[in-house]
Write a protein that binds this ligand. Structure first.
Ligand code: ZN
Length: 287
């Protein structure tokens, strides 16, 4: 059931668990995530970066595929279709395409411009029943070609942005996108606590969920994180399973070249990864 992400994240915040955002890249990704959410009776957020939207043939294509699949597979758990790290133009395009949730990433603008653009997008989105995520303090690592330095967001700026009527807030707390380096210092829980206290209990979003140790995830949820983004981990699992299939020569046995067979191990690997994360985040049975 396609819905916006507002209510599911308020419930997660109040219930002290987090909803996973899993980024999609194609039909297999989408189907694996939807079926796992349904099997585990968990709410779920499908994330679409601007790059992935372009890759799949445009935001309209993505919205049509997700809506049709949600219906055809009989998915009854709450599913939000969410733009990940949207530009101002991208956010507007997703509203027109029928996304149920958008992120406007204005973190690279001066704070006043971030405020102005976020305000405008919140008004447009809410008129259409679409939820809005905003970002303060760039997330480290690579974000569709944009390199951030692992910043920690300023609680005063977080308060300013969260007061604009946004539904949930991404704030940098030392987290980064992609694989974490060996010398990573960990999440900054002092900063997270300060942000949580300055933002009037707005659900907080943790980006870069791949490879953060389970105890840090748990602590972050206890300190107000209600949405955790996972992208790289599904990609790594899919690649490893596909590599194993081909290295075992299975694509050269019988009809092993059939894409439905060739992509099956990767599909199952995504399902297993999503299941692990939903269990870790505590969203199982919360639909
Ligand atoms: Zn992110």
């Amino acid at each position: 059931m396609l819905v916006n992400a507002r209510d599911m994240l308020i419930q997660a915040r109040d219930g002290h668990y987090a909803v996973g955002q899993f980024n999609i890249n194609n039909l297999e990704w989408t189907k694996a995530i939807l079926l796992t959410a349904q099997e585990l009776n968990s709410p779920v957020i499908l994330g679409v970066s601007e790059g992935a939207g372009k890759y799949m043939g445009g935001f309209k294509t993505v919205a049509a595929m997700v809506k049709a699949m949600d219906e055809s597979l009989g998915i009854t758990v709450p599913v939000a279709l969410h733009l990940d790290h949207g530009t101002y133009e991208g956010a507007k395009a997703c509203l027109a395409a029928g996304f149920t949730s958008i992120m406007f990433d204005g973190s690279h603008y001066p704070i006043e411009e971030n405020v102005a653009k976020t305000t405008e997008l919140v008004a447009l989105a809410h008129e259409m029943g679409v939820s809005v995520e905003a970002e303060v303090g760039a997330i480290g690592g690579e974000e569709d070609g944009v390199i951030g330095a692992g910043e920690v967001a300023d609680p005063a700026e977080c308060a300013k942005i969260s007061a604009l009527g946004i539904d949930f807030l991404a704030a940098g707390i030392g987290n980064i996108h992609g694989k974490y380096p060996a010398n990573w210092k960990g999440l900054d829980f002092v900063a997270l606590d300060a942000i949580h206290n300055s933002t009037d209990t707005i659900p907080l979003v943790l980006h870069g969920g791949t490879g953060i140790p389970a105890d840090m995830i748990q602590k972050a949820i206890n300190l107000g994180v209600s949405k955790i983004n996972v992208n790289t981990e599904c990609q790594l699992a899919f690649a490893a399973a596909t590599r194993a299939y081909i290295e075992a020569g299975k694509d050269q046995q019988g009809k092993g070249f059939d894409p439905r067979k060739l992509l099956a191990p990767g599909f199952e690997a995504i399902k297993a990864t999503v299941k692990d994360k939903m269990e870790l985040f505590g969203s199982v049975g919360k639909a």
